[in-house]
Design a protein around this ligand. Structure first.
Ligand code: AMP
Length: 286
């Protein structure tokens, strides 16, 4: 039997009314911010929200402020009907899908900018990206009044940026990190994978495999600088045209590391044709 359709709201007013009525009735609410083109990674966040809260609210907004290239924004997949069907199947209670004018009305002038954890990695290569993320997430948290919000470790720097501004601005919401969901060959699920040709898709797992090899080499005691250079080379020789970064960082403050510490994490971003893929893993023996 097909699942009942998920309710969709498009305005702050309707979102507040719905979430407000649940919270007034003593129900708790978990938020899952997304840019749509939903896959099993997003749906794992919905499941995590349903496990912890009484109501799960997904958001779908392709946020123009977090794209530094208009071309990337234009080709971002938009599949709302399909997304709504997946959310219904996953038993989410509500989809908030505002248009751009609802989030950034005429005259909108405020920016949330997080220093420190935004520096380097995806912040270095994509100027303004994390300001866009922090700004839209601040708005989604304040618009919804949700109790908790769910973020994937696949976008680890984004997760740290969100945790930072929530703490700094005393926003009353709990941030829940969720593990990266992968294809069987290790490729992290991503809405951007849809833009890979079949040939590129066969090369794509090299990013994860190189991270895993690098973690092993570090744990075997090899020097960080040499292992980072090897990782970059491996990704290039798998057919990626450009490696934006391959780095070891502290998993909490995201400072670059030149030797291995207990809480170290590896991060990589690289281009296959027009598609930029990112991934990261913890460096542990387990
Ligand atoms: P996006 O739609 O790409 O902005 O992602 C929305 C949320 O889903 C973010 O918190 C992402 O980190 C999370 N997400 C995306 N891909 C995955 C994945 N493969 N596994 C777990 N979470 C993911």
């Amino acid at each position: 039997m097909p699942s009942a359709a998920v309710d969709i709201v498009r305005t702050v007013h309707d979102l507040r009314e719905k979430v407000g009525s649940w919270r007034a009735g003593g129900l708790t609410v978990g938020l899952i911010p997304t840019m749509g083109a939903l896959h099993a990674g997003h749906l794992s966040l919905v499941r995590a929200a349903l496990d912890r809260y009484d109501r799960a609210v997904a958001t779908l907004f392709v946020n123009p402020r977090q794209f530094d290239r208009l071309e990337d924004l234009a080709k971002y997949p938009r599949t709302e009907d399909d997304d709504a069907a997946k959310l219904a199947e996953a038993k989410a209670h509500l989809l908030y899908a505002p248009n751009v004018g609802e989030i950034y009305p005429e005259g909108y002038s405020t920016n949330i900018s997080v220093s420190g954890v935004s520096a380097g990695l995806c912040g270095g290569d994509r100027p303004g990206h994390f300001d866009g993320v922090a700004t839209v997430c601040t708005k989604l948290f304040l618009q919804s009044g949700a109790d908790g919000a769910f973020f994937g470790e696949k976008d680890f720097q984004q997760l740290r940026v969100v945790q930072r501004f929530v703490r700094d601005l005393n926003i009353p919401i709990v941030i829940h990190p969720c593990p990266t969901v992968r294809e069987e060959d290790g490729l992290a699920l991503s809405s951007r994978n849809k833009n890979l040709t079949a040939e590129m898709r066969t090369r794509a797992p090299a990013i994860y495999n190189s991270l895993r090899d690098a973690a092993k080499r570090l744990l075997d005691g090899n020097a960080v600088e040499a292992v980072m250079a090897e990782g970059t080379d491996k990704i290039r020789s798998a057919g990626f045209e450009k490696v934006d970064y391959f780095e070891l960082r502290d998993a909490d403050n995201l400072q670059p590391l030149d030797s291995l510490y207990p809480n170290s994490r590896l991060f990589a971003a690289a281009w296959l044709g027009p598609v930029r893929l990112i991934d990261n893993i913890a460096v542990t023996n387990s």
